[in-house]
Design a protein around this ligand. Structure first.
Ligand code: FE2
Ligand code: FE2
Length: 143
């Protein structure tokens, strides 16, 4: 296990965040799948619940663990990372909207909130991965 400081920190945070993103992508796929015509509202509710739990854990780790550790070493990245952290609440708010619509039986509207959320969340992941990949390149250059 490398020590949690210096260049290795960027490496291990990057690996962990990327892995979590791929798990979240799979949960987004499950919600999408539940919206098929033959899918049930209960299946959507369950899939959304699972996605929410995973997102809450992921956001909490980014907000309190991963990104503060990075910006402690790289204060120049703090503004970018802070902007990403600040976006987290809005994703959960969109999930609230989705659930409210779903509970009202407004499945088409719930689906369009989901499509919007999926698109903006994908861009969010890409932006985070781009910042983390910068760290990676710097680590490689230092080797
Ligand atoms: Fe994030
Ligand atoms: Fe993330």
């Amino acid at each position: 296990m490398p020590p949690e400081n210096g260049p290795n920190l960027g490496d291990s945070v990057e690996r962990e965040v990327f892995a979590q993103h791929r798990r979240l992508d799979a949960l987004f796929e499950e919600v999408l799948d539940s919206f098929r015509p033959e899918g049930s509202p209960e299946a959507t509710r369950e899939a959304v619940k699972e996605l929410r739990q995973a997102l809450e854990v992921h956001f909490d780790q980014e907000d309190r663990l991963y990104y503060p550790a990075i910006w402690a070493l790289r204060p120049d990245l703090k503004p970018q990372l802070k902007t990403l952290v600040d976006a987290h609440g809005e994703f959960l708010a969109q999930l609230d909207r989705l659930e409210t619509l779903q509970d009202r039986g407004e499945r088409a509207e719930a689906r369009s909130v989901f499509d919007y959320l999926s698109a903006v969340f994908k861009r969010h992941e890409d932006a985070e991965e781009a910042v983390l990949a910068t760290l990676d390149r710097e680590i490689d250059a230092a080797r």
